[in-house]
Write a protein that binds this ligand. Sequence first.
Ligand code: PMP
Length: 406
Amino acid sequence: IASRAQSTKHGVHRGMSSVTIPPPACMLRPLEAPFRYLFGPGPSNVPPRVLAAGGRPIIGHMHSEMFGIMNDIKKGIQYAFQTSNNMTLAMSGSGHTAMECALFNIVEPGESVLVAINGIWGERVAEISERMGAKVHTLVKTPGGHFTNAEIEQALAKHKPVLFFLTHGESSAGLVHPVDGVGDICHKYNCLLLVDSVASLGAAPLLMDQQNIDILYTGSQKALNAPPGTAPISFSERACHKMFNRKAKPVSYLLDMTHLSNYWGNDGKPERTYHHTGPVSGFFALRESLAILAETGLENSWKHHTEVAEYFWKGLEDLGLKLFIKDKDLRLPSVTTIAIPEGYNWKELLAYIMKHHRIEFTGGLGPSVGMLLRIGLMGYNCNKANAAMALAALEDALKQCRMSKA
Ligand code: PMP
């Protein structure tokens, strides 16, 4: 009776029975997250400075100081992308959010899209485009393949798409795709160029304005070394013209650039109005990671990734391993791919390395599953000591995991 009186007094009990599901036992135990060397294709380990920024007390998502931090992020992205586009911002969400934002805002149902598929990311973009009612045309190569500008031009002339998608750093194959000249060819056919740089930004040279890229996006969790969950994106004036002169509103309210451009102070209006609550801690961390890139300098960052990758590739070859991408110039410096060595089960190799070395490497993804192993050394993780540690772990696993011939 006493407890009923009490709950009634506090307004909890209104003829309802009390809770029947008890607090779960796991919730009464502390959080456990082990330390791991994240040498897969991402997320990558986060440096203490970025973790500390993300751990600061939060402020409101619409406070003037937060808008100041968002303005800094915008400047940091403009530097990282090498663009002076005003329509530059960070998505509240992972790389896929930026991918969907680009497609949902630029393409209207019924319009044609051309997608270069040489790994999983083109497959994803083709699927998203299909779901939103676009006419999807594809240019396809097996993982590790790339497209010549002549092949791209031929497909553009044939399909007359409004948008062409290309992955700069194909993390499922370990390939960095040439971008020079592609933007000019697209514009010749009145088509916009969308480029995915989630796995390559900060690791391999990419110059949004000079290379005439119309929409460029990346993720926070690769060479930028922020936690996953925010995704920089930028739109050229040409892209803005298309997306702000649509017939119908984009299907997604959350990803509608009319609202997002206001939230990021990019639409020239004096007032920013509430759209959604941005990930305040994620933005703090992203700002810090962009600050590290600005301090390091883009060119130094590209050079450093190449030097460490070359040291790593040489070590892999010394172990008798075969690099999946034969042409050095087409190898992605941030994510190295190795052909699965004969006589080994790739899942066993990965499990052994995780168990005995606390290191994450991964297998293939999408069309490259069963073809290769992927090892990422990005940003904070990109140094010769880590490369040597990864090589030692591989050497040990190669000794211990050879399958018997029986
Ligand atoms: N594109 C590429 C090239 C990627 O490597 C990834 C992530 N592995 C994505 C897109 C998707 O990013 P997210 O997992 O952050 O959504």
